[in-house]
Design a protein around this ligand. Structure first.
Ligand code: SF4
Ligand code: SF4
Length: 362
């Protein structure tokens, strides 16, 4: 298992961590076996949250006697200081521990939420007080979608750790600017959803999955994220020993995928023909379409703009128009030459999407 520095916390974390969002789906014995196996295999970063139902109590029951072997991160979604403090006390009690290593303010995913957190009497003030008292050691936050608010949070320098959704299909676009900026600010960068909500997996039956040593699409996707050295730890959600063993193996294979491996992996993902989170169909990374487009349309960005404008929460839908307006060449320039169709590995109806986008944003 490779270990990396969690930014300026100076904690040394296993590159593969343990996400426990799925623990409500498993019984306490299964959780116990998975967690203990994970610690035995070198995982030392466990992520939970008040909002993950009985996840904290299952962790507490399973491994509180091994407290010096793991770093625990939990979260509170409550925005006011008093409520957040109450959440922290509950977390400590459920986990059966004296202090939390990293306490994250949960899902600060638009500008209004960020203002509430940062305001006098907001949850950040509770986090600072708890840190001064030794109830927590480090302050972090988790964020989705709103790239501007992510940058504002990073620039505030109040947070030592940031938890972001990311995968090989760059589903929320954090790879381009947000991750490098967080790295520049020496934050610990934790990545959730490396399988894009469980959709970056092969088409296998439950029996085939049980028999297989590993899933090649899941393995490649996890390797892709873990090989980014800016990232400290990736926390796939796990439910059992088999998933733990499958993911832990990637902790020893963090060299970047070579061009051929990346091409093959993207081709396999394209063949799945899946609709990912927020209705994303374009894989964003291959860009073979853009290589052949004689009009130089940034086709993947057009796809992203449509996803933002149609599937993001109402207060963030304008991100789509902003991205669209930033494009030098608008999709109305499409001459329907069909060159992109021959090379798109996800077999997308690109011409139709260019037309939809041109009419949607005009
Ligand atoms: S069909 Fe349109 S988008 Fe596709 S390559 Fe031709 S001009 Fe570009
Ligand atoms: S449109 Fe197709 S080839 Fe272009 S980036 Fe998206 S998935 Fe890749």
């Amino acid at each position: 298992m490779e270990y990396r520095r969690l930014g300026r916390t100076e904690l040394n974390v296993s590159v593969i961590g343990f996400g426990t969002i799925k623990f409500p789906q498993v019984d306490a014995d299964e959780a116990n076996r998975a967690l203990n196996r994970a610690l035995d295999l070198g995982i030392n970063y466990i992520d939970t949250a008040r909002a993950y139902q009985d996840s904290e109590s299952k962790i507490g029951a399973a491994i509180k006697d091994r407290r010096d072997e793991y770093i625990i991160a939990t979260k509170s979604v409550t925005r006011d200081a008093a409520g957040a403090r109450k959440d922290l006390e509950t977390s400590l009690n459920e986990l059966g521990i004296e202090y939390v290593d990293v306490w994250k303010i949960h899902s600060v995913s638009d500008g209004d939420m960020f203002k509430q957190v940062m305001a006098p009497g907001g949850s950040l003030s509770a986090a600072k007080k708890a840190r001064a008292e030794g109830k927590i050691n480090h302050i972090g936050l988790s964020m989705h979608r709103d790239l501007k608010t992510m940058k504002a949070a990073i620039n505030s320098d109040e947070f030592e750790v940031i938890l972001l959704p990311h995968s090989i299909i760059n589903q929320e676009g954090v790879e381009d600017e947000v991750i490098p900026m967080a790295k520049e600010h020496d934050m610990g960068i934790v990545i959730m959803k490396p399988f894009s909500d469980g959709l970056l997996i092969s088409n296998m039956s439950a029996e085939e999955r049980q028999r297989a040593d590993y899933d090649p699409i899941a393995r490649g996707s996890l390797r892709f994220v873990a090989s980014n050295e800016a990232i400290s730890v990736v926390i796939p959600g796990m439910r059992n020993v088999k998933e733990v063993e499958e993911n832990v193996a990637v902790g020893n294979m963090t060299e970047p995928l070579n061009d051929e491996e990346l091409k093959e992996l993207l081709a396999e993902i394209g063949k799945l023909g899946r609709e990912f989170r927020y209705g994303q169909t374009c894989l964003m990374r291959c860009k073979y379409c853009e290589d052949v487009c004689p009009e130089n349309i940034e086709i993947s960005k057009v796809y992203r703009a449509v996803v933002m404008a149609t599937s993001y929460p109402n207060n963030l839908k304008s991100m789509g128009a902003e991205l669209y307006n930033s494009l030098d060449v608008k999709p109305s320039a499409c001459t329907e030459c069909q060159k992109c169709l021959d090379v798109c590995i996800a077999n997308l109806s690109i011409i139709e999407r260019m037309k939809d986008a041109a009419s949607m944003f005009s």
